[in-house]
Design a protein around this ligand. Structure first.
Ligand code: FES
Length: 270
């Protein structure tokens, strides 16, 4: 047992906590999950930052990268990718920088990702039953972490993003001439991606609250009860969908980059 700790009496140093010298009594490989999260998130952030700032190679007809959708600048129009017009025709930087705040904000404030990156990057705590190195803890009750509460609003933006990506996936069934009836590997990847994006969006904790929250009697709201039951089932796998959709977005973007730079050709099924 440790002697009385003179540091701030909060968290594991709180007066009601047992005094234990060991950082943890766990003997399993508890560090594996935060380490994997750290490596994958870091790789994704580096990749996404490079792609978002590149401002090129984001469209290989008929495939538009999810990092750049909706594409709203003159550069998008020049490539034939401005399906929603060019309200930012004056924008000179990468078109991705206009819209990425919405999917990025949604993921950064996601309840699951918060848990994952608090553990992996801030060690707060690194894992269950592993003492954190910090001596003070204010949770998410103060600036800046109190801003995480905007997650519910980002959910609405994420629904709009999901609809736009669904439209992009639909357009991926056209060929280079704009005729319907095309299906390449890119089409398949975009459809899989949008399905995973929807699973991630609809399994969100905020979505669960929006569908079934603040009701006194489910019996008086049968439609919302059905929706809440459906979302609750998805919600149990929210962490999985968070990872799968993160990978699928990166894979689709990389695939389009390789097509646009001429490194590969798109295999066609019909
Ligand atoms: Fe993860 Fe809402 S809780 S997206």
């Amino acid at each position: 047992m440790a002697s009385t700790d003179a540091r701030t009496a909060s968290g594991v140093n709180g007066p009601t906590r047992a005094r234990i010298d060991a950082k943890t009594l766990r003997e399993d490989r508890w560090w594996l999950a935060p380490l994997a999260t750290f490596v994958v998130f870091t790789a994704f952030v580096v990749y996404a930052t490079w792609r978002a700032f590149e401002g090129a190679n984001f469209y290989a007809k008929p495939y538009l990268s999810p990092f750049y959708s909706p594409c709203l600048t003159d550069e998008c129009a020049r490539l034939g990718a401005a399906d929603f017009g060019t309200p930012f025709s004056w924008w000179q930087l990468s078109p991705a920088l206009i819209i990425l705040i919405f999917p990025l904000g949604f993921r950064m404030t996601c309840y699951y990702y918060r848990k994952a990156y608090y553990r992996a990057f801030w060690l707060s705590p690194p894992a269950c039953a592993v003492a954190e190195p910090h001596t003070a803890y204010s949770g998410e009750s103060r600036f800046p972490l109190i801003l995480q509460n905007v997650h519910r609003y980002f959910w609405y933006a994420a629904v709009v993003v999901g609809l736009i990506l669904s439209y992009d996936a639909l357009l991926a069934f056209r060929n280079e001439q704009g005729e319907w009836g095309h299906m390449g590997l890119g089409t398949v990847l975009m459809v899989v991606n949008v399905v995973l994006i929807w699973l991630y969006t609809l399994s969100c904790h905020s979505c669960r609250h929006i569908t079934g929250g603040r009701l006194r009697h489910f019996s008086k709201h049968p439609v919302r009860y059905k929706a809440w039951t459906f979302v609750s089932k998805l919600n149990a796998k929210h962490a999985n969908y968070a990872w799968y959709s993160l990978f699928s977005v990166a894979v689709v973007d990389l695939y389009i980059y390789l097509l646009a730079t001429g490194v590969i050709d798109d295999p066609r099924f019909f």
